[in-house]
Design a binder for this molecule. Structure first.
Ligand SMILES: [Zn+2]
Ligand SMILES: [Zn+2]
Length: 102
């Protein structure tokens, strides 16, 4: 008697799995594609064009310019990368300076 109310539930679950066949296969395809989440490449010509590169206060993230882990709240509104901008380091300026990229 205990199993009886469970049966319809299982049936619905099974139908759900079959019904989601298309959805499941699409999820499988997504895992095949490597996630490009690490480096956001900023084209050098955009980076040094000097137009609309405004320092914006955002979430604290690793500086894109520093080779060691420095964290900064300041990011470029155009390049969308975090850069140090304080009395010790001005990576914001260095990052956008012509010839320093690479
Ligand atoms: Zn920029
Ligand atoms: Zn930095």
């Amino acid at each position: 008697m205990v199993l009886q109310p469970l049966r319809p539930f299982i049936e619905v679950q099974e139908k759900g799995w079959i019904g989601c066949g298309a959805l499941l296969s699409s999820v499988g395809r997504e895992t095949d594609v490597p996630r490009k989440r690490r480096a956001i490449a900023v084209p050098p010509d955009v980076r040094t064009d000097g137009v609309d590169h405004l320092p914006t206060w955002g979430t604290r993230q690793r500086c894109k310019h520093c080779t060691v882990s420095h964290f900064s709240h300041v990011f470029c509104s155009k390049c969308r990368v975090n850069l140090c901008l304080n009395k010790h380091r001005n990576c914001f300026w260095a990052f956008h300076e012509k010839g320093t990229y690479g």
